[in-house]
Design a protein around this ligand. Structure first.
Ligand SMILES: NC(=O)c1ccc[n+]([C@@H]2O[C@H](COP(=O)([O-])OP(=O)(O)OC[C@H]3O[C@@H](n4cnc5c(N)ncnc54)[C@H](O)[C@@H]3O)[C@@H](O)[C@H]2O)c1
Length: 439
């Protein structure tokens, strides 16, 4: 199919038609062949961005036209891997703005560090692209709001990379919890204990590695000399780029708490603390030990993180525990187990849910994105859901960073009540010429 028809579909604001494999659909006086594939570009190829690209290509309904990364070693390595595995040779870019100028690209995967998500996603939507943006939606409350506003303004499909929303385990569990079989759900405990959550070992500043455009990696963040412990992967533990385990895992797991009661409103009352208790002298600003309690309308959500260790409740390094009147369900990405109230010894695996499709959360999530690009439906993890849970996670970090003890939120004003310190962190300061997008 030519670019012209595709451009027409975009310009019409009506979007693409959903196609079943092997079918053809009459559209505006012409016929769209099912051989037509969604043309994607990816920004940030080192780890998750490339993983998402592969899943999207595996759907058989997409082709890669562009790969962008500010580290030439990453870019060349991933491009060679893609060529070997799929035979595809997309155009390579260092500057994402150049890639977004390509009108043939329909959809963009944002796999960059969190501090870049807002600019990458909003500029992509402004350029008429649909977006698969990795979680957390953005690195601040205001940037989350801007991405959601851009999706509405430009009418783009946005899938947020919280793949559990598409997964068998969690969908089956939500059906079960909502069936009422366990009576009322009164509390959800989420935890994430990971060694990496204590930060990377400290290393001295060094020269920028050859082939890295470090200024473009920093983007809107403040100027810094290069340090490997703040760079690839390790950026997660510094406020300028990420939010530690609280946002990294928080959005995945807190989302499973909100989903259980179909909560779509912003957090209201939150209490909690962040401390450094591991004794590990690592490169981080985020906290190795953190607890947050969310007061919901008719239940409580609790978050706990312990960076530097891997053991957790029920022998799981991460998980979600749903405490209901007639039993407690404990879930992770592989399975869930029911502990029946009052029937010690009777459980557990007997009730455990088994995966139905044999397809991974990522495979299902990528397919759902392509389905929605074609149908213009809302993806399983819409921008609204991604924004909402990102706020829950950011509130946890704002509590800890301001040592406020508790926070109350005025959703209509998008401000915390009587807390200037927390309010000062809602909108990030952009540096070196980068401006918050105007939507
Ligand atoms: N959904 C999940 O399960 C999951 C898992 C891991 C990571 N993630 C998310 O994916 C995102 C990336 O994480 P990661 O682990 O892949 O990080 P990473 O540091 O390994 O990779 C990020 C890549 O982005 C590149 N990059 C940085 N700035 C860029 C720019 N301006 N233009 C183009 N490329 C740029 C870097 O050079 C690097 O190659 C994060 O938001 C993270 O939270 C999600």
């Amino acid at each position: 199919m030519g670019v012209t028809r595709r451009s027409f579909l975009k310009a019409s604001g009506l979007g693409y038609l959903a196609l079943e494999a092997g079918s053809a659909v009459a559209w505006a006086g012409s016929t769209i062949s099912t051989n037509d594939r969604i043309r994607v570009g990816v920004i940030g190829c080192r780890n998750k961005g490339y993983n998402v690209l592969r899943e999207i290509l595996r759907t058989g309904r997409a082709v890669c036209l562009g790969m962008c990364d500010v580290d030439d070693e990453v870019l060349q390595r991933r491009a060679a891997e893609l060529k070997k595995d799929t035979g595809q040779s997309p155009k390579l870019y260092v500057d994402f703005r150049k890639m977004l100028e390509n009108p043939e690209i329909d959809a963009v995967i944002v796999g960059s560090p969190d501090h870049w998500h807002c600019l990458h996603a909003v500029y992509a939507m402004e350029a008429g692209k649909d977006v698969y943006v990795e979680k957390p939606l953005a690195n601040s409350i205001h940037e989350c709001n801007l991405i959601a506003a851009a999706a509405a303004r430009y009418g783009r499909v946005v899938q947020v990379g919280q793949q559990q929303r598409s997964g068998d385990v969690w969908n089956g569990l939500m059906d079960y919890l909502k069936s009422g079989a366990l009576g009322g759900l009164r509390r959800v405990n989420c935890w994430a204990n990971f060694a990496y959550g204590a930060g990377a070992p400290k290393v001295p500043d060094s020269a920028v590695p050859e082939g890295v455009d470090f200024r473009l990696w920093l983007g809107p963040a403040p100027d810094r000399t290069f340090n490997a412990s703040r760079f690839h992967g390790n950026w997660r533990h510094f406020w300028d780029y990420g939010g530690g385990l609280m946002t990294d895992w928080g959005v995945h797991l807190l989302d499973m708490a909100l989903w259980a009661k179909e909560v779509t409103h912003e957090p209201t009352k939150v209490t909690g603390f962040g401390m450094n208790l591991s004794g590990l002298d690592r490169a981080r600003e985020t906290y190795d030990t953190q607890s947050v309690l969310y007061q919901m309308d008719d239940f409580l959500i609790q978050w706990q993180q312990n960076g530097g260790i891997e053991r957790g409740p029920y022998g799981k390094s991460y998980g979600v525990e749903y405490v209901c009147d007639k039993g407690t369900v404990v879930a992770d990405r592989e399975d869930w187990t029911l502990y029946v109230e009052g029937k010690e010894g009777e459980t557990e695996q007997a009730y455990a849910f088994k995966r139905r499709s044999g397809r991974s959360d990522m495979e299902l999530h990528a397919n759902n994105f392509i389905d929605c690009v074609l149908s213009r439906d809302k993806p399983n993890c819409s921008v609204g859901l991604g924004r909402n849970v990102a706020l829950y996670a950011h509130f946890g970090n704002l509590l800890a960073r301001t040592a406020s003890g508790s926070l109350e939120w005025n959703a209509s004003r998008q401000q915390f009540l009587s807390n200037a310190a927390a309010n000062s962190l809602i909108v990030p300061e952009y540096h070196r010429g980068w401006k918050l997008p105007v939507v």
